[in-house]
Write a protein that binds this ligand. Sequence first.
Ligand SMILES: Nc1nc2c(c(=O)[nH]1)N[C@H]1C(S)=C(S)[C@@H](COP(=O)(O)OP(=O)(O)OC[C@H]3O[C@@H](n4cnc5c(=O)[nH]c(N)nc54)[C@H](O)[C@@H]3O)O[C@H]1N2
Ligand SMILES: Nc1nc2c(c(=O)[nH]1)N[C@H]1C(S)=C(S)[C@@H](COP(=O)(O)OP(=O)(O)OC[C@H]3O[C@@H](n4cnc5c(=O)[nH]c(N)nc54)[C@H](O)[C@@H]3O)O[C@H]1N2
Ligand SMILES: [Mo]
Length: 767
Amino acid sequence: MTENVRTHSAHWGVFHARWDGSRLRVRPHPGDPDPSPVLDNIPAAVGHAARVAAPAVRRGWWDRGPGRDPGRGRDGYRTVSWDAVLDRLAEETHRVRSTHGDEAVYGGSYGWASAGRFHHAQGQLHRFLALTGGYTRSVNTYSGGAAEVVLPHVLGTFDAVTRYAVTWDQVAAQTDTVVAFGGMALKNSAIAAGGVSRHVERGAMRAARDRGAVFVLVSPLRPDLPEEVDATWLPIRPGTDVALMLALMHTVVEAGRADTDFLASHCDGWDRLREYLFAAPAKDASWAEGVTGIPAATIRELAWRIAHGRTLVTVAQSLQRAEHGEQPVWGGTALAAVLGQIGLPGGGFNYGLGSLGHYGRPRNSVPVPTFSRAPNPVTSFIPVARVADMLLHPGETYSYQGVGHTYPHVRMAWWAGGNPFHHHQDLRRMRRAVAELDTFVVHDPMWTATARHADVVLPSTTTLERDDIGATSSDPLVVAMKQLVPRHGEARDDYDVLAALAVRLGHGEAFTEGRTSHEWLVHMYDRTRKGLADRGLDAPSFEEFWERGELELPQRPDDGGVLARFRADPVAHPLPTASGRVQVGSGPIAALGLPDHPGHPAWIEPTEVPDDRHPFWLVSNQPATRLHSQLDFGAHSAGSKRSGREVVRIHPDDAARLGIGDGDVVRLHNDRGACLAAARVTDDIRPGVLQLPTGAWWDPRPDPDRPELGDDGLCVHGNPNAVTRDRGTSGFAQGCSGQLCAVAVEPYRHEAPEVTAHTPPVTPASP
Ligand SMILES: Nc1nc2c(c(=O)[nH]1)N[C@H]1C(S)=C(S)[C@@H](COP(=O)(O)OP(=O)(O)OC[C@H]3O[C@@H](n4cnc5c(=O)[nH]c(N)nc54)[C@H](O)[C@@H]3O)O[C@H]1N2
Ligand SMILES: Nc1nc2c(c(=O)[nH]1)N[C@H]1C(S)=C(S)[C@@H](COP(=O)(O)OP(=O)(O)OC[C@H]3O[C@@H](n4cnc5c(=O)[nH]c(N)nc54)[C@H](O)[C@@H]3O)O[C@H]1N2
Ligand SMILES: [Mo]
């Protein structure tokens, strides 16, 4: 490495960077065989106008004090000094805790923040809130909310069946047929929590294909598998995958190709599922054609193929981010069980393979550095995507895992490292929900839509402005993430801000344990150094590691993990399910008595489907050009927009019928709201489906076509959460169901307003 070149890491890859005092140049880590172009967004983070330059307070809150206020998201900001804002915030935290109890503080703070293990904003905030009295927390994720709840009941823990079961090496070497429900888009595996140093997915898929493996893509969108694998594309009607899975099982069973030995020796609940498959209407290929739009003959052919050779069934996270999202996860598990392939190398079922870059990889045999947690003395929680329900309906009950829970009355919400006005559904409803709070605190480097709804905006440094350690337990590289550029304006590390608040609240020592940030890094690294030394391996001191810039950890053998051991001996290595076996049906789930959970994977018609008024399924998937809303203004993200607006894909037949031309500004709408986007006409999408990725910063304005909706009826930038539905997957998992909703689309008849989402509501302070 030449002078001035430093290593750093992002959720989308490890990189080298050089700062020349005015420009940051970024290039991928030389060891990465398939780096992500999302790296090109990084330089724009330095000094961008959308940065929060100084602490800011919402005028209404600062002048009138805390309280319910529809002005959130609407009135202006004023910059204040750090001391003034921290004093006021400490006072307010104390007031809320002493008047309303500690559960009145919500510290869900869901979000991806940045890749470093120490300056992990959410971890820092949780530790601070736990040590200063506790907080109402959130459980599960937006990513896999339904799967995280259902998988442990039917197959195994989430980590065991996503990260450490079937690896990409096994796919490359062993798999004959991959049936990828929702695909395994390279745009998605570009992203890994904590960052990976090597993107192996393209190479593995190419190697499998070169060996003769067949890839079947079940998805409304063709680019969900890379072109070079030459996949057979089955453009399924969104939200219907479980019907296809049921028909595949039915056909395999009827053909006498089910692995009845495996079902008897390794599974439980087969009678329930079998009965459902054959009960009228039989879940056969003709039935599934009517539900999925895939021809019965194609389904029969696929059933024949998967019953021969080594077959891997994958289910993308997207399938379960929809109403009844539990079902396709369970359906994929049951299909692999009927084929008798669970636990075979390169075969069976791997949940989420390809959805994230840290899945499907061998595990390190030495622990990576992690930041300490503190126990939360408050027990109150919500499933993460129920946040607006909680704020709007305190005291009301809801079902989670079939058990009744009550929403706490939260007065103060605190967010660091996430962007709920990006990630939550039905953003107009979310805005009504935060109006209910007394106080909303947001730490972020950027003036996101969330920051614009906060009462207190605390400017965070970006990862580029501090030292940290990057690592994830399924990538061998531990990265010395070195500060690359000076801090922006008055921005401070989340750790320093929370430490200063902890001191004001009388818990300074407990929070910092007397360590500076640098001392924390040394402390965290010690676990890894010790792990190496214990195994008699080269265990460099922190200083040596820092000097080298990276450290390669040894990995465990790629042995198929828990599922392979279970296959070899189901008695000695039972699964964590009720029976210790794969639950292809489940008495305990049936016994919960939930109306939409009969105790086996089932096709249940969603309550929102396209109709005459809203004839399209909108797929709002992950953006190819950025991570969620992060660095939306960066070169790669901005370069893919049209006139600064997000792009919506539409099939040529639909576009022709509606008079929409390529590049036209269109309006997507339903009863909840509307957004503008620029049309891209392409036959890569199933007719009747639109695709608009998430992440364009919400830019609400009045909708001239529906003035009655007020000042936020139309997002002029193209954020799909302007129209998505805020509803749990079911009373079982209560996961996010934001991937699919019904909309109408039309050419935009008015002059399209300019996008101003990246222009902050206060003038940046001079440096
Ligand atoms: N319609 C629809 N909605 C969805 C989805 C969908 O499929 N469809 N997908 C969902 C999924 S899977 C997810 S995971 C969520 C993602 O939602 P989020 O994780 O909330 O999205 P991000 O844009 O990654 O938000 C991270 C925020 O952290 C900030 N940040 C970065 N570094 C730091 C730091 O060091 N300190 C602080 N304080 N802040 C920092 C960034 O500026 C950004 O505002 O979205 C969900 N929403
Ligand atoms: N570039 C990029 N990659 C990312 C992220 C990002 O923001 N940007 N976010 C990361 C995160 S946090 C997560 S959780 C994962 C999420 O991983 P996924 O949820 O798997 O990702 P998505 O892109 O939302 O969806 C994958 C594909 O599923 C297809 N799909 C949608 N609905 C259906 C359906 O009903 N049936 C079928 N068969 N297919 C359907 C869509 O065409 C879509 O492209 O992605 C990660 N990867
Ligand atoms: Mo996610």
